[in-house]
Design a protein around this ligand. Structure first.
Ligand SMILES: [Zn+2]
Length: 97
């Protein structure tokens, strides 16, 4: 799933650059956030599975995936906030001079 998302991301960025389409380019970079979040989840799943019988994890590795999901959500929220700030800045330049 990560490879499919990354392939689409690269394809959209290349197609957006070659055709001058800002929409394709923006969606390609948006796909980068999805590829990043999916990568974090895949790494966490792999880590939890590898250390499932490790006695250092007193309560098991079940929370590793939850922590990865929480970290991904924070990164995506920061990304969304950055987009909102960019839109506000662009609109303020457009309408306030
Ligand atoms: Zn999305």
């Amino acid at each position: 799933m990560v490879a499919l998302t990354a392939t689409m991301m690269i394809g959209e960025i290349i197609a957006g650059y070659l055709t001058g389409s800002m929409a394709l380019l923006a969606d390609g970079f948006h796909m980068a956030t999805h590829a990043g979040a999916l990568s974090v989840a895949a790494i966490a799943y792999s880590y939890a599975k590898r250390h499932a019988s490790d006695c250092r994890f007193s309560f098991g590795t079940g929370k590793v995936g939850d922590l990865a999901g929480f970290a991904s959500a924070l990164v995506l929220a920061a990304d969304a906030l950055t987009s909102v700030l960019a839109i506000v800045a662009l609109l303020s330049v457009r309408f306030l001079g």
